[in-house]
Design a protein around this ligand. Structure first.
Ligand code: ACO
Length: 449
């Protein structure tokens, strides 16, 4: 019996199997040999929502949830936020190493010179209703990019891959700003190549009649740090969507559009908006004890607390806190921060939360910062998608280079009917209930129509 193995006895047959253990995992395919009857398919692993299944090997991002550690390519997130920039971190995620000076200059040059989108895409955006959700517009915009770059479907071509990485990272802020300005009926603003990545985004969002928009450096730096914090977080819902859709060999724009769609969901990208709503409902520091009682009675959830992976302080939440004062110096003080800080203090003093290892996550303070930067709540998820594009691209490239990967195709446990004979509609009897909402009566044509 090998030392690094798992011995399984099938009590249905009494047969014993030795399954090799590597990196603390067994291969699900090794279960297939376990059968009662030689003709049957063989055993599978059942894991809805993949809560205990590793779907890939990855060298991009390391998380130790118990210790509250987050590293990109081995570099701690704290050092990257303190000393690096978003574009440098994007390079690190995608190419695996920090760039040398010439590599960095070329990378920044390429990103800076691909921020424009085709004018036809501007026309495409004009077609959205005035109140279209900006994330819906971003989702459609990224999908539409694939039609402008048909060569991106050559997914094995190194040059095409590089160009797709550059274009996706460069154009995402442009599309994000277009979606914001569309909602407000403001003219779209073109990129300013004199500004850095975050400063240029602020310019495309907020420039009005001034000849040149001068972003506040403290605000641009805080935004750049938020971009670094959101750049990648290993196999989350949207990243898994990008990998899964990309595994069909579709072009990377379409694969990233799948990531944007996954992020659109409130369970993934929408928690910071919920934190703001919660803080507004609490209204004042005096109401915190009542609110915490309601949380403990399960009448409320303390939004921005708890995490599937982190069972300790989310390291990203700690970093955001450090940058809050800097933002408040540059903007108007947001009174919600007082409630947030006091609520955090009291929750961390309370056994209900400490016993369950519930600590602030990245979303607890990020919404307050975005709001102080005058970014409306329905743009929060859009702002998340800008830096996460770097992570999606890095993970997509890693997946394409992994010889073990194939088209993603999970199995199922079939629970439905079998082998029924077709019955003509006039011979069927069944429940009378009509599915769907009550049918509307056709509208009477308007007079004169
Ligand atoms: N407020 C109150 N109680 C909570 C909270 C919370 N925010 N989070 C978890 N709990 C309680 C649960 O009720 C459960 O209690 P019990 O054991 O007595 O039943 C216990 O803590 C364990 O919680 P689980 O739901 O098992 O934890 P899970 O890992 O499944 O959920 C999640 C993690 C979804 C993030 C959860 O903590 C939550 O809903 N938090 C609030 C929403 C939020 O902030 N989401 C953003 C996450 S960060 C991101 O996605 C970028």
């Amino acid at each position: 019996m090998a030392a690094d193995s798992l011995t399984v006895t099938d009590n249905r047959t009494g047969q014993t199997y030795d399954l090799p253990v590597e990196n603390g995992t067994v291969r699900a395919i090794d279960l297939r040999q376990i059968k009662v009857d030689p003709d049957e398919f063989g055993m599978m692993a059942y894991d809805p929502a993949f809560t205990n299944t590793a779907a890939c090997r990855s060298a991009v991002t390391y998380i130790d949830g118990a210790a509250g550690v987050l590293e990109h390519r081995g570099y701690p997130i704290e050092q990257l936020c303190e000393r690096s920039s978003f574009l440098e971190v994007a390079y690190l995620l995608i190419f695996g190493e920090l760039p040398t000076q010439p590599q960095y200059e070329r990378w920044v040059f390429d990103i800076t010179h691909h921020t424009f989108v085709h004018e036809d895409l501007k026309e495409f955006f004009k077609g959205f209703r005035y109140n279209a959700h900006p994330m819906g517009m971003l989702l459609a915009g990224v999908g539409a990019l694939s039609t402008f770059y048909p060569d991106a479907k050559k997914v094995e071509d190194e040059e095409e891959r590089y160009m797709a990485a550059v274009r996706l990272i460069a154009k995402m802020p442009t599309l994000a700003a277009f979606s914001y300005r569309h909602n407000r009926g403001l003219p779209y603003v073109y990129a300013d190549n004199d500004l850095n990545f975050a400063g240029n985004f602020l310019s495309m969002m907020f420039k009005k009649t001034e000849v040149k928009y001068e972003p506040d450096e403290r605000m641009a730096r805080a935004l750049d740090v938020l971009f670094i914090l959101h750049a990648d977080h290993e196999q989350n819902c949207s990243t898994s969507a990008v990998r899964s859709v990309g595994s069909s060999d579709v072009d990377p724009y379409s694969a990233v559009a799948a990531g944007v769609a996954a992020l659109y969901g409130p369970l993934h990208g929408g928690a910071n908006e919920a934190v703001l709503r919660m803080l507004r409902r609490i209204e004042s520091v005096d109401n915190i004890p009542d609110f915490l009682e309601r949380v403990k009675n399960r009448e409320e959830k303390l939004m921005g607390f708890g995490h599937r992976v982190y069972k300790n302080y989310d390291p990203r939440a700690r970093i955001i806190q450090h940058h809050m004062d800097e933002v408040f110096e540059a903007t108007e003080y947001n009174p919600l921060v007082e409630i947030a800080r006091e609520l955090e203090k009291r929750a961390l003093d309370d056994e209900f939360f400490t016993e369950r290892k519930l600590y602030p996550n990245v979303d607890y303070y990020s919404g307050i910062i975005y709001e102080s930067l005058e970014i409306p709540t329905d743009m929060f998820t859009v702002i998340f998608a800008i830096p996460r594009t770097a992570g999606w691209v890095a993970q997509w490239m890693e997946m394409k280079d992994d010889p073990e990967q194939k088209i993603a195709r999970p199995r199922q446990i079939y629970t439905g009917e079998r082998e029924r004979d077709y019955v003509r509609v006039e011979d069927r009897d069944g429940p009378e209930k009509i599915v769907g909402p009550p049918a509307k009566r056709p509208k009477r044509p308007r007079r004169g129509a």
